[in-house]
Design a protein around this ligand. Structure first.
Ligand SMILES: [Zn+2]
Ligand SMILES: [Zn+2]
Length: 439
């Protein structure tokens, strides 16, 4: 595996003005490293641990974890969640809380995505440290200090404590289902868009930005892309590149204090498919695969934005005639319950306010050449992205993951309302060309 010189961020004194400290004590990645679990737990003085798994992760690594603990004389209480589909919601958190053994001094979660999110919340409310034994490099939440959950049918992030130690045994990770490996690299490919939009939000809205954190993610993404062919062959070095990139993305969110380094337009496509799935039972795929499809769609948006010559009158007229309440009604009908929270966010943020728009528009007009330059600098060419997706066998279009073609436009229109963050579709709205974009 090609590995370029690692970027080391200063813990204190970064030019961005923030301290970049991680509360994760250690990340252990390598072949066979799960064997080091007892030594890790001993360092924290753990006498008895609560092991959480689901039936798949129990088979993938949980059984082995329990055997390793048994051999080293560390007592454990095992809870295997047997439900077919586990969502990171009130039910899952409640179930783990109610099975929790209070005589345990630490938690060990054997899994990825949902189990990690649930563990983060339980660990925070019970005040117990936890160690992750990852079973798939499928998403970037391992190191982050927030849990991506569903509350009242709305997808949101809740602040939590982080894992003390993250163990990524590449033998275990490489054996994960191929769609989970694809999901992991998909969550990394998403960073092309998230880093670009973080930078744009800095220029257009004055949002906080750190070039050091952004560069750290760009480098991790490059390593994943360079190893794409190896990933399809389950090469452990390629799997390690993806896992390290995902862990780093979680840390980057902590360093920045915002989710900007890791998510933008592409993630909001994914969130909308998730929310629609909850209310209407429409298809839902792995997070990172949805993000990859969202990235492919976002690229189409930027390709069209690059050809735009901003027109002040057109933009002002578009915004003057934009009917916010009619749009919110449409949003509610399309997204379902999750739309209520999106509307509340808008009430607070007022992104559709005519005055705020006029201010942003002047910045866009003054800095348009710079903005186009940044888009060209941050994004790969469409051909390069297409080639990467072909190597991986990654779904490209919403229809490739079971979404209806006729819904694509509505999802696209709704992504700007998911969070109070400046993303591609807001840029298109600001320019008065949102309805002209073709997917
Ligand atoms: Zn910084
Ligand atoms: Zn993600």
């Amino acid at each position: 595996m090609k590995e370029s010189k690692k970027i080391v961020l200063p813990e204190t004194g970064c030019i961005c003005g923030k301290d970049h400290r991680s509360t994760v004590d250690e990340v252990i990645v390598g072949s066979g490293v799960v064997a080091r679990l007892p030594e890790v737990l001993a360092r924290y003085g753990a006498k008895k641990v609560f092991v959480l798994a689901d039936k798949n992760t129990y088979k993938a690594a949980g059984e082995r974890v329990c055997a390793i603990l048994g051999d080293s004389g560390i007592e454990h209480t095992l809870y295997v969640m047997h439900k077919e589909t586990i969502e990171p919601n009130e039910e899952a958190v409640g179930s783990v809380v109610m099975h929790f053994d209070n005589s345990c001094d630490m938690m060990v979660v054997v899994g990825t995505g949902v189990l990690n999110d649930v563990t983060k919340i339980v660990s925070t409310i019970r005040g117990k440290r936890y160690v992750i034994v990852a079973t798939a490099p499928s998403m970037d939440g391992f190191a982050s200090n927030s849990a991506s959950v569903i509350r009242d049918k709305f997808k949101l992030s809740i602040d939590t404590c982080t894992a003390s130690v993250i163990i990524g045994d590449t033998q275990i990770l490489a054996a994960a289902p191929m769609r989970m490996l694809l999901s992991g690299i998909g969550d990394m490919i998403a960073k092309y868009i998230s880093i670009l939009e973080w930078k744009l939000a800095n220029i257009i809205c004055g949002d906080y930005y750190c070039e050091g954190v952004a560069e750290m993610i760009r480098q991790a993404l490059r390593e994943c892309v360079e190893n794409a062919e190896g990933l399809v062959k389950r090469d452990e070095a390629a799997v390690a590149a993806v896992f390290k990139g995902l862990v780093l993305s979680g840390e980057a969110m902590m360093y920045a204090g915002v989710t900007r380094p890791a998510s933008g337009t592409e993630h909001y496509f994914s969130h909308i498919w998730d929310m629609r799935g909850l209310d209407f039972g429409t298809p839902v795929d792995f997070h990172g695969i949805q993000c990859a499809v969202g990235t492919y769609q976002s690229m189409k948006v930027y390709e069209q934005l690059k050809k735009v010559h901003p027109d002040r009158d057109k933009a002002l007229n578009y915004v003057k005639n934009f009917d916010v309440s009619a749009w919110q009604k449409q949003l509610r009908g399309y997204i379902g319950t999750g739309a209520d929270m999106m509307i509340k966010i808008e009430e607070k943020e007022q992104k559709y306010s005519i005055e705020k728009h006029a201010e942003r528009l002047e910045i866009l007009l003054a800095k348009w050449d710079e903005i186009i330059g940044i888009i060209n600098e941050e994004l790969p060419t469409s051909e390069a992205l297409d080639n990467l997706f072909n190597i991986l066998g990654m779904p490209k279009d919403p229809s490739d993951i079971g979404q209806k073609d006729e819904d694509a436009k509505t999802v696209f229109l709704a992504v700007k309302d998911v969070r109070d963050k400046y993303v591609s579709t807001r840029l298109a709205w600001d320019l008065g060309i949102l309805d002209e974009i073709e997917l």
